[in-house]
Design a protein around this ligand. Sequence first.
Ligand code: CA
Length: 225
Amino acid sequence: MNERILIVEDEERLASLLSDYLKKSGYETILISDGRDVLPYVKNNRPDLILLDLMLPGKDGLEIVRELRAFSQVPVIMITARVEEIDRLLGLELGADDYICKPFSFREVVARVKAVLRRSMALVEEDELRGISLDRSRHQATILDKTIEFTAIEFTLLEVMSSRPGRIFTRDLLMESIYQDGRVVSDRTIDSHIRKLRKKVHDILPEKEIILSVYSVGYKFENPM
Ligand code: CA
């Protein structure tokens, strides 16, 4: 099946040229011109990559990536009209995967799209090697081919810890990652979420322990493979 590229661009002519060029290169394309339409689209459809213009009517590209990253890891290539803007964007650590400056050649865009898709495929393969893959939009993890559903908090805990296998996370650190409003909860709250998370894994994979307690410090994650 062809990979689907969502093009978010309000300059109609440019958008349709880009679309033609990508189609000729074997991709499917969808065009959106209003920034407000992007997140609802991504939630309901799952594009393989987004080409995202920075300046858009409705909602700008920065805001879109920020909100998008709360629920999706879809690769994003940001397009900006100013080369100086790229440094600033990089500094913001938005979670975009690449940046392209206008005016660009269509050939360059296709090359970047290919490279970013290849990288994201490699990450999927890495997940397969690790024995765990996470689906943020559904709060599900697939561990050794078994899919387990978690609550939002359990999922975040698993996501944070599994991003650094073997690293010890203190309860404070975990608390910060789940309560970004700076709320302080007791250590017991963290322990209780972890206990439920472990139980869900244990019910499905009784012989696997992926979250280990580190006595008096916190917890760490180990790859199931
Ligand atoms: Ca624009």
